[in-house]
Design a protein. Structure first.
Length: 416
């Protein structure tokens, strides 16, 4: 199936009005689908607020009721080894937080996803996925609390400097492991064998100096109806991967457009740039948390019974402060990601040369992303360019490149 553009997006006598072409594409989405897309996206804005409020309430509850200090006391009775005490506390902490937030998690990621026809998971399968995530969090959390708290105990004045460096190192470690260790826990990555799809993608890779010989796909349809692709990994574990929903629901033009975008992330080194940006934010966050932590701990010491910065019973306070910090800077983190996504959009258009395929994909993504947010709405809440922005960008690119093709070829293939 070709990504056939609307009449206004085909160009007349070698000319195309990007704004008119964009409106024509947007008009192909029914009012019902648009209303559902808007409702889902706008609901996500409130969910982000409630995620913060509910998590914050749980963390403060653990401190105010003395539960956190009692979990520490239990760990200290079990062992005298500080690292093991921290690990035992983490097990209790994660289990309790998971239990307290479970009703909200069920609503947010199961009930609501089914209400908008985005999830393919049965409740039993969803619980199994949550169980896998819990085990991963358990293992990674033990590592995370062990090292920073060691620095906090031995270097109480400058713990946040070393702690932030450890946190950044762990984040990078996870980036490296994601495609080869973490993704296979939830899905089954396989090498794509369909030559009709693989050959054009490898051609795009070669012409952009990407030394890959395989294209990967994952069976995301077992979890969701969403189409997507991504570039992940670092230091030799990099993979450009598409999901089977994209393969099953998109035309070859659309697939090429998406993979051109993902190659943009690779060629433009967005994995490393994004990690550096996150690293800076983590260091700033640690500095702010270190400044606030002792002031709050001292004020509520009698109730919370947190002995100092190296006391694992203070973990809920750390978690609350970091959660608040990243919630407040959400517009900044969204802007950093959205900027890279826009850069990858431009790269993808230049390399795949499938503007209509890209516009069609933007329409498909409207299943879970609002097509036409207001300017400030997009700046604050969107971590990707909106559908309208992406379609206009594609039509502007097509208008600038249309004279290089014949009108008949453009109408037949939807490509410049």
């Amino acid at each position: 199936m070709l990504a056939t553009p609307p009449v206004a997006a085909r160009g007349v006598n070698g000319r195309l009005d990007p704004e008119a072409a964009t409106r024509a594409y947007l008009a192909t989405l029914s009012s019902d689908r648009k209303a559902q897309s808007d409702a889902y996206t706008e609901g996500n804005y409130w969910l982000s607020l409630w995620d913060f409020v509910i998590a914050g309430c749980v963390f403060i509850l653990l401190l105010a009721t003395g539960v956190s200090s009692r979990m520490r006391d239990v760990a200290e009775r079990w062992t005298k080894v500080r690292v093991l005490q921290n690990a035992l506390y983490w097990v209790q902490f994660l289990a309790l937080v998971t239990l307290l937030t479970l009703p909200w998690t069920i609503y947010e990621s199961f009930v609501r996803e089914h209400a908008y026809s985005l999830s393919n998971l049965t409740f039993a399968a969803w619980i199994a996925e949550q169980g896998k995530g819990f085990v991963l969090s358990l293992v990674m959390g033990v590592l995370f609390v062990a090292v920073p708290y060691t620095f906090a105990r031995r270097l109480p004045k400058h713990w946040w400097v070393w702690g932030s460096m450890v946190a950044v190192a762990i984040e990078f470690f996870l980036v490296v492991l994601t495609p080869i260790v973490l993704v296979p826990v939830f899905n089954s990555p396989t090498k794509l064998a369909d030559a009709r799809v693989v050959d054009p993608i490898l051609r795009l890779a070669r012409q952009n100096g990407i030394a890959v010989t395989d294209v990967w796909e994952i069976d995301a349809s077992k979890q969701s109806k969403r189409i997507s692709a991504n570039v992940s990994g670092a230091l030799g574990t990099e993979r450009i991967t598409l999901n089977d929903n994209l393969l099953n629901r998109a035309s070859l033009e659309e697939i090429e457009a998406v993979m051109g975008h993902e190659m943009g992330h690779y060629v433009l080194n967005h994995v490393y740039k994004g990690f550096m940006e996150l690293g800076i934010l983590i260091v700033i966050g640690f500095a702010l948390v270190a400044w606030l932590f002792e002031r709050l701990r001292t004020r509520y010491e009698a109730t919370w019974k947190v002995r100092g910065v190296a006391d694992i019973a203070g973990l809920p306070l750390f978690a609350f402060l970091f959660t608040a910090y990243f919630f407040v800077i959400t517009p900044l983190t969204n802007t950093l990601v959205r900027t890279q996504e826009y850069e990858a959009d431009i790269f993808g258009l230049n390399t795949a040369r499938q503007p209509d395929g890209f516009a069609q994909v933007a329409l498909k993504l409207s299943e879970y992303r609002k097509l036409e947010p207001g300017p400030w709405e997009e700046r604050i809440f969107f971590d990707h360019p909106s559908g309208r922005t992406r379609i206009y960008t594609a039509m502007r690119w097509k208008a600038e490149n249309l004279p290089a093709t014949t009108p008949s070829a453009s109408s037949a293939s939807g490509s410049p």
